[in-house]
Design a binder for this molecule. Sequence first.
Ligand code: PMP
Length: 387
Amino acid sequence: MAVNKPVYLDHHATTPIDPLVLEVLERTQRQFFGNPASNSHSFGWGAQALVKKARQQVAALIGADEREIIFTSGATEANNIALLGAASAAPESKRKIITTTLEHSSVAGPLDHLEKQGWDVVRVGTDATGIINPDDLIAGLTDDTLLISVIAAQNEIGTVQPVEEVARVCHRRGILVHSDAVQAAAHLPLDVGALGVDLLSLSAHKIYGPKGVGALWVRRCHPPLPLDPCFHGGGQESGLRPGTMNVPGIAAFGEACRLALKYRDEEVPRLQGLNKRLLDQLQEQLPGVQLNGAGQPRLPGNLNLRFEGIRAGQLMPRLTVLALSAGSACRSDDPAPSPVLLSLGLSKQEAASSLRIGLGRQTTEEEVDFAAERITAAVQKLRSENK
Ligand code: PMP
């Protein structure tokens, strides 16, 4: 089968919208322009029904109650509401937040902001596995700890974190647990009950849905979980996320969740197989190719590879036929070394020689073989030029 070029291997950055999701998006945009807050006519009711259905679909993906879903403009907003909202509602006696060095900037950023305001923010690091040791997080718990935030699956190295173990201990001590589950949502069985978390963030565009829509799951309990809104306005989404709802985006997000659940069991082993195929070919054909982070548990479509003796910034311009990424901060053709890779103990040079490859639902064996061939040729050529 011929390979369509360029080949998209950057599914951690975003995913292409699924055709069925696009259908829902377009149909809703065309036919359901009503405001779901309009209670007095059928236009409003139609939009309300779609939002309700989507709420059920999102809830079903994570084993939640539909009333616990707060729709947002994406995971950046969900993470900000979770962290800044919990901090704002906290009693004076709770002034500490524990997190990891593996977090996405949409968690790290609000926590940096809280630190500047006087919060004690503790960032727990990891060894070369890229998997946090739960004991290291738990060891930092004190009576003034409000919350722990742990990413479910890391967006650069794909490593899956022991959220459940951390949550179990935190709960016994009355500490809130937040998890950014953006990258995990398409592939890992996410059950908020089993995970034991209180707050969980999701994004539609990482699971073959549209950009600009996401959700914060907030555990329903008595008394309600203390969370202040970050914005003030109408009463939408229990007042936590005021503003007229993005009904087409929300309906499409619901459909993307339905499909994620439907495809997951067959998609995970398929991606694992493709991932292995790619890694095996690269390591057979090239010396000095190392996987960053532990092989398992890892997102099934993630490879973060270090190519000895070259810089990703040199390699990427020669591989424009492949959509790849050099980590989170791909600012130029010579990207700054990723802080996440540095936190695994890699040297600056090792971090700068790393590439992230993210396979996805449309990735084929032919594309993987093509990628292996192109990467091999480019690395060989660069190594000979660098001699
Ligand atoms: N968290 C993680 C782990 C992510 O990968 C991303 C997207 N790069 C986000 C949060 C932010 O999501 P959004 O684009 O929906 O704001």
